[in-house]
Design a protein. Structure first.
Length: 119
């Protein structure tokens, strides 16, 4: 659903309001939905000692297949925003729709995704 809206908006952007130009292009592009989300693994507590901190992972995964494309542990005294920069790579972003939490909706993050050809 989101991919269809983006594809239509891109077609209008490329062809404006001339339907003949739009039909001449007839390129079916498939956009993949990828989500980024962080989760704290609560079950990681108590394996070594009482004071062991829980593990917080930030993952980039393909929604259709459920495959995790990449993930990174968020270190203590670090947040998801700073850790997200390590997940943005041209090979993982280009031609994909990236959805994430509202905390990542800032200019720098959007510029990275757009710069690497993602949406």
């Amino acid at each position: 659903m989101v991919a269809g809206v983006l594809l239509k908006a891109r077609a209008v952007e490329q062809c404006e309001t001339e339907p003949s130009r739009l039909q001449a292009q007839k390129q079916e592009e498939t956009l993949t939905h990828v989500a980024m989300d962080g989760k704290t693994l609560r079950g990681t507590l108590g394996h070594e000692s009482e004071g062991q901190p829980s593990v917080h992972l930030l993952s980039l995964y393909e929604c259709h297949s459920g495959i995790v494309l990449t993930q990174r542990a968020v270190r203590s005294k670090e947040n998801e925003i700073s850790a997200a920069a390590a997940l943005v790579h041209p090979a993982l972003v280009k031609g994909r729709i990236i959805s994430t939490d509202a905390m990542h909706t800032h200019k720098k993050w959007c510029a990275w995704v757009h710069g690497y050809g993602g949406y």
